[in-house]
Design a protein around this ligand. Sequence first.
Ligand code: UDX
Length: 429
Amino acid sequence: MTITVVGAGYVGLVTAAVFSDLGNKVFCLDFDAKRIENLKRGKLPFFEPQLDDYLSKNFSQKRLFFTTSYSESVPKSQIILVCVGTPPKENGEANLTYLFNAVEETAKHLSGYTLIAIKSTIPIGFEDEIESAAKKFAKTRFEFASCPEFLREGTAIEDTLHPDRIVIGTSSKKAQKVLLELHAPLGGERIICDTRSAQLIKYASNALLATKISFANAIANICEKTGADVEKVLSGVGADKRLGRSFLYPGVGYGGSCLPKDVLAFAAVGDHFNYNFDLLKTVHRINESQIDFFLNKIKSAFKNKSLVSKKIGILGLSFKPNTDDIREAPAIKIIKRLIQEGAEVTAFDPKANENAKQEIPEVIIAKDEYETAKQKDCLLLLTEWPQFIQMDYEKVKTIMASPILFDGRNALHKEKLESMGFKYIGVGR
Ligand code: UDX
């Protein structure tokens, strides 16, 4: 098949990489000419494991093409996969400017029956507006479908190749057939439904993941007040197969480009349809307050709770390991607050140093994890990269000014560190 993927962001590039690798001819289109030029030269806009290899292989074998031109790509394509960003507005609603633009430009260049499948997360209720915007420009027949994406950063290629489910949201039999054929080489359950249900599957999935994390954080806070150990409590809870342990890991809260945005956007959808989605508003509030709880712990470790001139080392800047993405990263929020309180912050991340330095010029970037710890009054683990967990903590203890460790991910071995003489402070344990 010939496909145009509109949007060379996270979802777009991974989708283009995988579908070209499966043997399709894929145009990956973005209006950002510089990004497209860089991609042609093999320069990626972000780090994602395996993506580089997939893109360069399929580009050099001429199955994958990068372009800014709708006229070059759309008329040749049977399927358009719209993967543009839908970033949040101030009020939490999704900004659909890029989406409308992508759909209108696509519609202008259609030639023959084409399926336009939206992979971007869009608020329920907008599909009719988007379809009529396209109809204004389209000279040939087209159909719409919603085909949401569930990939995670850090494992995006694997997630796309081995999905749990493929959601096909359209009532058109012809469109269903085209999408089933496109996804035929991939595993996972097929869920065929109307467009609104498809969009709700995406929102509800991300909302439930966020709810589990905020629930785990709430339990951690109760554990702290009652003297219980949250890791034991949640292991006990997760042993029940009906509940499971995944996404029940407490810490400094969830970040990234999806969960924070989608929780707020889904709550805004509720408001729009006259349903007060209080549960999600609370999920968001708990996530925000994890940062305050964690900062209070740090302040409590110092005299008069003052962080003025305290030298603080930070391990990890990305919102989770295996990515350089710092969007909504708890580490970034915490560093900003520490600097506001007068602390001197040194940080290190295997991939996200440059992004963090751009966002917070005051942060000192260390050359590695040991330099981050050197002569510090305390050390904070904020992203659980394996190299931080496997550090030589005997050595770390000797180089720190004072051996205080704050584990914002409950990823370190508490008892072992305490027996070495560290003061260990985790979350809910
Ligand atoms: C998420 C969804 O998992 C994915 O299906 C969707 O397509 C996009 O959004 P992603 O943003 O890549 O993926 O990150 P994810 O792995 O879900 O983690 C989100 C955040 O939650 C991270 O900051 C992570 O550290 C945090 N988290 C995760 C916890 O704090 N505790 C947990 O138990 C799990």
